[in-house]
Design a protein around this ligand. Structure first.
Ligand SMILES: CC(C)(COP(=O)(O)OP(=O)(O)OC[C@H]1O[C@@H](n2cnc3c(N)ncnc32)[C@H](O)[C@@H]1OP(=O)(O)O)[C@@H](O)C(=O)NCCC(=O)NCCS
Length: 433
């Protein structure tokens, strides 16, 4: 008699037996053990398939594409990267709607609280952020003690990790407590960056100005004076463009870490470490170094040809998901053009445009977010090694939103690997090896 999968029990030979459905198997798997299923259990066909899949050895599974290309790792309501259309969406808003219209704080509200704020909600969020900026004294001491020549990204990663030591131990905290931690991090990562920059120059560490928004306060701290409106607006726009970006490497890293329930600070420390790499956030610094190495427009063609011949990557070009132009790039390109025209210095932009032209022609690859942001930051007179930290400052809003989203419906993220090594080796004593 074929058991009805909808029934919880089935009677055979006068005995009541539980019917294991797909739901039961998933539930057991979630609880960590499939051992409790009796050998003569009645198992529905779909549940049997799931069991087979679970028991299959690593070698029987096909490996996903290298670098997990095309693999969907999570469901998110925060942002969508539409690679073929060249679109980036934050909670339903196309980035082109937000850039130039919203402020960074409005975007933080959108990502964290699910909607664009009204005036009262925005004022309240700004007050929360301003009130959360002050760093614990012990953290400021750590910043002062770091070697002056260390890179700011290393410093920020270290100090964010240290911040956790000044918080009560992270347990099964409420979402409300976690959300407060997120606001603290969004407010404190810029202060950590600015303080490290000042400390390494033996400059005094200014107090934040609560009347200033996030972009203006950061510029105030590093420059010692309130920024002109144009500079503030430019950085604010850069913050908006970098705030979130689907399941990018650092966000994935943050989600993997928080999924073990290791805590918000661990997750953001992981994310910063991941962003630092030159194939991710570190590329913007790489762009300006590359332009400096090339030196002048007339040397661009040879430089690019040489890189292509030797399979060397051109920083700021190409993207894993976008197969057309990165939608953030034109906003940054426009800002770079405006700043260049104002300063009467278009050399870096001219070189960039030429590189982009050749790369499109030769490899069908487009500029990404880092390509023009480098020229924007450079034109604003910001130190090169603060380019990637600026990315980290803004992306902290996205990372923390993803951490909260993961926590709200958490399950350990634990993929499999396909074993590609030898089998059946026999142990040899140390003298025989
Ligand atoms: C972003 C990036 C890591 C995506 O990498 P990916 O999806 O793994 O793509 P691959 O590295 O496998 O590259 C695929 C092909 O494009 C080429 N390519 C990709 N980006 C390139 C670049 N920036 N310069 C030169 N060639 C590049 C590769 O050499 C490869 O060519 P091949 O098939 O002829 O060997 C890659 O484009 C890159 O390294 N870009 C430069 C760093 C950068 O700007 N990072 C910031 C990303 S926002």
């Amino acid at each position: 008699m074929v058991p009805d999968p909808r029934e919880g029990v089935h009677i055979t030979s006068g005995q009541m037996k539980k019917v294991y459905s797909l739901k039961d198997i998933d539930e057991l798997q979630r609880k960590g053990g499939l051992d409790g299923i009796p050998n003569d259990a009645i198992i529905t066909p779909s549940a049997r398939d799931r069991l087979k899949e679970f028991k299959m050895s690593d070698t029987e599974k096909t490996a996903p594409a290298k670098g997990l290309e095309g693999v969907v790792a999570a469901t998110t309501k925060l942002s969508s990267v539409r690679g073929l259309d060249g679109e980036l969406i934050y909670r339903g808003y196309n980035i082109n709607e937000l850039a130039g219209n919203a402020t960074y704080e409005e975007v933080v509200h959108l990502l964290h609280r699910g909607k664009l704020p009204n005036a009262e909600e925005l004022a309240s969020l700004k007050t929360e952020l301003a009130a959360a900026r002050e760093l614990p004294g012990g953290v400021v001491d750590i910043i002062r003690q770091l070697p002056k020549e260390t890179s700011p990204m290393r410093a920020i990663r270290t100090v964010v990790s240290a911040l956790a030591c000044y918080e009560p131990p992270e347990k099964q905290d409420s979402m409300e407590v976690q959300a407060k931690r997120a606001i603290k991090l969004i407010a404190q990562v810029p202060v950590i960056t600015a303080y490290f920059h000042l400390a390494r120059q033996d400059k005094p560490l200014l107090d934040s100005d609560p009347s200033l928004g996030e972009a203006a306060n950061f510029l105030y701290l590093i420059d010692g004076k309130k920024p002109i409106e144009e500079k503030e607006k430019t950085i604010d726009m850069c913050y908006i463009l970098h705030a979130d970006h689907g399941m990018n490497a650092s966000t994935f890293s943050a989600r993997v870490t928080i999924a073990t329930l290791s805590g918000m600070y661990s997750a953001i420390t992981s994310a910063i470490g991941t962003l630092k790499g030159p194939l991710h956030g570190g590329a913007n610094e790489g762009v300006i170094k590359m332009l400096q190495e090339i030196g002048s427009l007339d040397k661009v063609d040879d430089f690019v040809a040489d890189c292509l011949k030797n399979k060397k990557k051109i920083m700021g070009i190409g993207h894993r998901v976008y197969k057309v132009l990165d939608p953030r790039a034109p906003h940054l390109q426009r800002m770079a053009q405006q700043l260049g025209a104002k300063l009467g210095e278009t050399k870096w932009l001219d070189m960039s445009e030429r590189i982009a032209e050749i790369m499109l022609r030769e490899k069908n690859l487009y500029p990404n977010v880092d390509f023009y942001s480098a020229t924007v930051y450079y034109s604003l007179g910001l130190p090169t090694d603060l380019f990637t930290p600026l990315f980290a400052i803004s992306r902290t809003s996205g990372w923390t939103a993803h951490v909260l989203e993961q926590l709200a419906d958490n399950r350990l993220i634990r993929p499999r690997g396909v074993y590609d090594g030898p089998d059946d080796l026999k142990f040899q004593s140390i003298n025989e090896r």
